[in-house]
Design a binder for this molecule. Sequence first.
Ligand code: NAD
Length: 355
Amino acid sequence: MTRVGVNGYGTIGKRVADAVAAQPDMELVGVTKASPDYGVEAAARRGYDLYAAIEDRIDDFAAADVELAGTLGDLLDAVDVIVDCAPSGVGERNASAYEAHDTPAVFQGGEDAAVAESSFNARGRFEAARDADSVRVVSCNTTALSRLLAPLDEAYGVEKARVTLVRRGGDPSETDRGPINDIVPDPATVPSHHGPDVNEILPDIPVDTAALRAPVTGMHTHSVNVTLETEPDENDVRDLLGDEDRIFLVPAAAGIDGAGALKEYAADAGRPRGDLWENCVWAESISVTGRDLYLFQNVHQEADVVPENVDAIRAMTTDVGRAESTARTNETLGIGLDSRLGGDELARTELTADD
Ligand code: NAD
């Protein structure tokens, strides 16, 4: 049983905590909060022990009548691994505390790659995290690109990937990022940081990325062009991607036309918070011209890194292999969406609503 703590209970932290709590081979010891806002209620409703992320704010919790099990230091002493889900850049500042308590740490993609011994994606780079004292689960966009490019490279060889990322302006809860009414090249220089970050996972794939920010909160959208080393058949590419556990081929027949409908589809399927842990590849967008493959995929930024965190914990703390770990994570969370409207038999069991 691996004992896990989550430091930072925001967008990613609350989802990672739930995913860890769902694993039979893991125990969620507790989560930290930096302040006693509405997030403490979510933790309390789930029965998670709460720790103060910042020691000199303990009095704020007492003033709000919020009971604490201790401070971050106490949590670090009680766990086998800590998952840092603090805001971008704060994780790096937390690293010295983890080292002082000799507690292995999983960081998130908002940190520089140098924060950890290894960057992690279960599909592209599982074994590199084996026995590491620190790993970084790459960002939502890098996770999605790694999941897509790894099977394409294995099947056809990738000569060059070119991706335009239309990034959401902020998460739904980040009101302070708006209101906005623009589409902003961000950065205006090419490549954006995403291409080099993909190379932290798949070092041999040439990939250029250009990024924009759009006034939406639901999902990112990627426009992907990959020049392959051998000429692919369109249907074979569809089958290849459809066979990937963490890719959902969105069938044309489902009438799902964008992120809003995708999120509703996930909510109707009983997904907690309407989360989409899979890349959502628009099936009819998969097009081939010679060796050039084109497609669109949508990425739920709040969710796709969550199963990767669970697998990173297993890779660091056990000898469970990639296939076994991802299968366990997929089964416990219910990963693997299949539409009944694609014309094919359902390949996986249906999801049950869980709250
Ligand atoms: P968030 O702001 O939603 O949550 C961060 C939480 O950490 C907040 O509850 C905040 O109060 C708390 N916190 C503040 N200071 C802290 C400290 N010193 N110690 C511990 N906790 C502290 O942020 P998020 O979106 O969950 O992002 C967390 C990490 O995950 C970042 O590295 C981010 O880049 C990465 N990430 C975010 C997304 C996304 O779309 N939201 C996707 C993938 C990866």
